[in-house]
Design a protein around this ligand. Structure first.
Ligand SMILES: NC(=O)c1ccc[n+]([C@@H]2O[C@H](COP(=O)([O-])OP(=O)(O)OC[C@H]3O[C@@H](n4cnc5c(N)ncnc54)[C@H](OP(=O)(O)O)[C@@H]3O)[C@@H](O)[C@H]2O)c1
Length: 303
């Protein structure tokens, strides 16, 4: 059996239609209190949005612990939520005094220790998905696969995947250990995944791409002097009237249109914005309207 088939058979994972990002919940954004974080988590669960995206580094290595505070108070949450977290970036921060330079580390030891630390911080027994956060120029796929095998055998992770990997890096690692997703930046401000083979590769491998910063990190909402953003916003405004939909809903409907079945990771910390986002699931934009937004983002028509 080919690797591709073997890998497909291992990858039966059901994501909700939206993943909730946690990067901005703490000191990289909204600075939610434990009570506010708990309320936010409960509200997401009530809406069927049970998958939360973390990374060891969020909030300079503080977010997993703050989220874990809620789980420790409310152990019932353990059976209601799924967690992705990431490892492999080393930030220079007082919280990691041994880090002398920003660097990547995908050594076997680092992956295992980082996953175990994430479990401890989050107050969990198992991680649903562990991702390598960014491709490490020194990565050894054989050693990474050993770390993954160890963590799976110990019951500490269920699935493994990558983030920000090129198609060749993905192919290489996927031939050693099955990858559940490639989490990449996708929005009208970042079209690379459509053009560099990332989305094609996900379809071919029978996995779903997960999209970070689907609203361009919020840049697509504010006033801008950048011509590209102004052009996109003009087109969005026209379509907003046509579809009777808000800008955020159109941005997500535009992603959902792609056959790779992109799953957006929302970064909002406000439940009313999550509610609005959920309505995008009912919007079917036409091919021509999809290309109107593509053209606005590119600044020229397709060939
Ligand atoms: N793998 C990676 O390398 C990587 C990199 C970056 C992020 N991520 C993941 O992706 C998640 C999402 O990234 P992101 O936060 O950049 O995503 P995003 O959803 O594109 O941007 C979120 C920002 O947009 C604002 N926003 C959302 N809806 C808005 C609206 N209707 N009007 C005005 N502002 C609005 C939010 O503010 P409010 O809170 O006020 O709504 C927030 O500041 C992160 O939490 C993290 O989990 C992964």
């Amino acid at each position: 059996m080919s690797n591709q088939k073997t890998n497909k058979n291992h990858l039966k994972y059901r994501f909700p239609p939206i993943i909730i990002g946690t990067m901005r919940l703490g000191n990289w954004g909204a600075n939610l209190s434990t009570q506010e974080r708990e309320k936010f988590i409960d509200a997401c669960i009530d809406r069927g949005l049970t998958h939360f995206d973390h990374a060891d580094i969020y909030g300079h290595y503080t977010e997993e612990n703050l989220f874990g505070k809620v789980i420790r108070r409310r152990p019932d949450l353990k059976s209601k939520i799924q967690i992705t977290t990431k490892c492999g970036i080393k930030l220079v921060t007082p919280n990691r005094p041994t880090h002398a330079i920003k660097s990547y580390d995908t050594s076997k030891n680092h992956i295992i220790q980082s996953a175990e630390n994430s479990l401890k911080e989050l107050g969990l027994d198992v991680l649903d998905i562990l991702l390598i956060h960014r491709p490490d120029y020194l990565m050894n796929p054989h050693k990474i696969a050993e770390a993954v095998e160890h963590l799976k055998k110990e019951g500490k992770i269920i699935h493994f995947g990558v983030s920000n990997f090129s198609t060749s890096q993905f192919d290489l690692l996927n031939s050693y250990t099955p990858l559940i997703t490639n989490q990449v930046e996708i929005s009208l401000l970042h079209l690379y995944a459509f053009e560099n083979g990332t989305l094609d590769q996900c379809i071919k491998n029978g996995i779903r791409p997960t999209a970070w910063s689907p609203f361009g990190g919020g840049l697509l909402f504010g006033q801008s002097k950048e011509e590209k953003i102004i052009n996109i916003q003009k087109e969005l405004q026209l379509l907003s009237n046509q579809y009777n939909a808000s800008i955020d809903q159109l941005l997500l409907a535009w992603l959902y249109k792609h056959p790779s079945r992109i799953i957006p990771i929302l970064g909002s910390t406000k439940i009313e914005r999550i509610d609005s986002a959920l309505k995008s699931l009912d919007i079917q934009i036409s091919r021509e309207d999809w290309y109107k937004l593509w053209q606005a983002a590119k600044g020229h028509e397709v060939a």
